[in-house]
Design a protein around this ligand. Sequence first.
Ligand SMILES: Nc1ncnc2c1ncn2[C@@H]1O[C@H](COP(=O)(O)OP(=O)(O)O)[C@@H](O)[C@H]1O
Ligand SMILES: [Mg+2]
Length: 228
Amino acid sequence: MLQVKDVVKRFRSGGEDVNAVDGVTFEVPAATFASIVGSSGSGKSTLLSLMGALDAPTSGSIHLAGTEITALRPREQVAYRRARIGFVFQQYNLVPNLTAVENVMLPLEFAGVKAGERRGRATELLKMVGLSGQKLDRLPGKLSGGEQQRVSIARSLANEPELILADEPTGNLDSRNGKRIVTLLRDLVVARGTTVVVVTHDRGVAAKADMTFSMRDGKIVHTRMKGS
Ligand SMILES: Nc1ncnc2c1ncn2[C@@H]1O[C@H](COP(=O)(O)OP(=O)(O)O)[C@@H](O)[C@H]1O
Ligand SMILES: [Mg+2]
């Protein structure tokens, strides 16, 4: 269970205070595929970075499976992120001079997987997202956008996260590859019981989610449950 309570994030920009996130409260049960929609500037990415302990809120609290992540010290936040959260970004953020399999091996090293086991484990994770054979030894620049996003999802799974946070994961993909990535994220929820929160502009992505939160001006203005 992810619990976000009364969360505010205020930025000072150009001598003016902006509440990028302005009093947000919601819960996402474990093993749920949730989406956050809203126009540009509505606070989606800021909210995601707070849930991922990449940044601290001005006020309010966030709990994940009983841990108050907003009460962690900066060093604990780093450890927490590495151990329990997976990130997927629009730009994939792969290391360009490492092959697909090496990109997935990197977080396995941080997760304490022994050197001799990393390649095999990374290969398994890549197989799970639909990549195998020669593609594993290609550099990201030699893979399509959809394939690069698969690598980034495999990488996000390396630490067996309870929560995957994805910011516009289909933003650079055509609709067919975008659909495949959403189906993949959806399957991970079912197969592994991982909670996935996707920020998206894409109505098709939101339509596949178990719950959808709509943001405007830093606030959640609408919540939709699947089937309602
Ligand atoms: N680091 C920052 N400093 C100042 N303002 C910021 C910062 N990050 C985001 N904002 C502002 O917060 C608001 C929400 O931004 P963001 O969370 O990126 O929205 P979205 O992801 O929905 O497009 C915007 O007005 C943006 O300009
Ligand atoms: Mg954004």
